[in-house]
Design a binder for this molecule. Structure first.
Ligand SMILES: NC(=O)C1=CN([C@@H]2O[C@H](COP(=O)(O)OP(=O)(O)OC[C@H]3O[C@@H](n4cnc5c(N)ncnc54)[C@H](O)[C@@H]3O)[C@@H](O)[C@H]2O)C=CC1
Ligand SMILES: C[C@@H](CO)CCC[C@@H](C)[C@H]1CC[C@H]2[C@@H]3[C@H](O)CC4=CC(=O)CC[C@]4(C)[C@H]3CC[C@]12C
Length: 369
């Protein structure tokens, strides 16, 4: 902020602050943002862990609300200096309707932007996704790409479509005049597949492995590389981006940044084994045990069953045509844009990220027994 206001305490709002990533952003802000005066945590479902944060030196305000309700968003945003908008409906399994995904991810983001404009909040960091780029419907690999890599970003699935639309809204809003006459400054961060403490899919794989007597079965070739990034580093990148947006508005405003760290490039399953292996699981097969055409068939069957059963029950397994395509397509990033633009360096080494995740998987697994 301006020199004369060095000591000014700032009000931050984190939407989706009780989600997997949101909780890490909230905790990271409390630990690493010295100018934080008040932290507003906005979510549809508030976590009980928020209570323990209320006893610290920073005022923590829990706000139960829905990003699709414009008036609730406006009330939460009013008076905030910075908004970190991570709230979103992350659904690639067909649990929610395409309309609901659009409503939360696109209209919700529109409401956040509108609230900033109406109330005079100038700084907005949006959690986008690698899915805004790809993998595309044609299964083209994106190999060690960066923010400038040319790639045919064609989507049909509601989740990536909604993230792409929302990201565009955020970037187009950069420079818009907010209440008070100053310009809005926005940027979008694009995590690849996030892992770490609180990662529910990792926990589900662990439990599944335990149920199968300690075995998991390879379904995807080891040669398909997936970009993964540790949740603590994604949170740190949000905190840094939010902090630097004013000072570097001309450089950062309207920009996108992939989220990256030192996590190794591996296939989705081999990467998961970095954590599940030390927890006692084994991945069977150097090659996929089932032929790819059979997986395609099973994924299509799951989609059909989901559609047929929908009037009776929600059937939403991990494997469907979309998740198979994502899991089976190389998508890795190699960039230093966040380092060049706002000095980002990962806070957690790969070794730390791995150890923290293993400890969490062990604890989450045993609490399920
Ligand atoms: N999990 C991943 O691997 C990746 C996630 N992302 C993005 O990161 C963000 C956070 O994702 P996760 O933490 O994984 O998901 P999550 O589901 O754990 O967290 C999302 C949070 O948003 C809240 N929320 C959902 N709908 C809401 C609404 N209508 N109003 C208010 N709050 C609402 C949920 O209650 C939840 O606490 C999302 O925007 C997602 O698109 C991006 C790339 C990868
Ligand atoms: C075929 C199965 C055999 O074991 C494995 C199925 C794994 C899938 C459920 C996951 C593979 C890749 C994941 C996605 C990827 O990490 C990118 C994502 C980014 C987001 O913004 C949201 C989550 C996700 C789409 C993530 C979802 C789960 C996978 C498809």
């Amino acid at each position: 902020m301006a020199d004369s206001a060095q000591a000014q305490k700032l009000v931050y709002l984190v939407t989706g602050g009780c989600g997997f990533l949101g909780e890490h952003v909230v905790r990271m802000l409390l630990q690493r943002e010295p100018r934080l005066g008040e932290l507003r945590v906005f979510d549809r479902h508030l976590g009980p862990w928020l209570e323990e944060l209320k006893t610290g030196p920073v005022r923590v305000t829990a706000i139960q609300g829905d990003v699709t309700e414009a008036h609730e968003v406006a009330a939460a945003v009013a008076g905030a200096h910075v908004v970190i908008h991570t709230a979103g409906l992350v659904d690639v399994f067909g649990r929610a309707s395409p309309e609901t995904i659009h409503e939360v991810n696109v209209q919700g983001t529109r409401n956040v932007i509108q609230a900033c404009v109406q109330t005079g909040t100038r700084f907005l960091v949006y959690t986008s996704s690698m899915e805004v780029v790809g993998p595309n419907t044609k299964g083209h690999p994106f190999y060690r790409g960066n923010e400038d890599t040319l790639y045919e970003a064609v989507h049909r699935h509601p989740y990536p479509c909604s993230k792409a639309l929302a990201e565009r809204l955020v970037l187009e809003a950069n420079g818009r005049e907010v209440h008070g006459g100053l310009p809005l400054v926005t940027c979008a961060l694009r995590p690849t597949g996030i892992y770490g403490e609180g990662h529910q899919i990792m926990r589900d794989f662990y439990r599944q492995g335990l149920r199968l007597g300690g075995w998991l079965f390879r379904a995807i070739p080891a040669s398909v590389e997936h970009g993964r990034v540790y949740v603590g580093n994604v949170a740190w990148m949000h905190v840094l981006a939010a902090r630097e947006l004013e000072r570097r508005a001309a450089l950062m405003g309207g920009q996108v940044y992939f989220c990256y760290d030192g996590s190794p490039y591996k296939s989705y399953e081999d990467f998961n084994m970095e954590f599940l292996g030390p927890c006692g699981l084994q991945l069977v097969g150097a090659r996929p045990l089932l032929p790819y055409w059979l997986l395609v068939f099973l994924a299509a069957l799951n989609a059909l069953l989901q559609w047929l059963l929908r009037p009776l029950v929600l059937y939403a397994p991990l494997l469907n045509p979309y998740t198979l395509a994502v899991a089976n397509t190389t998508f890795t990033v190699s960039t230093d844009k966040a380092q060049r633009h706002f000095g980002y360096e990962p806070l957690f080494s790969w070794e730390d990220s791995r150890t923290r995740t293993i400890l969490w998987v062990q604890a989450a697994g045993s609490s399920a027994q």
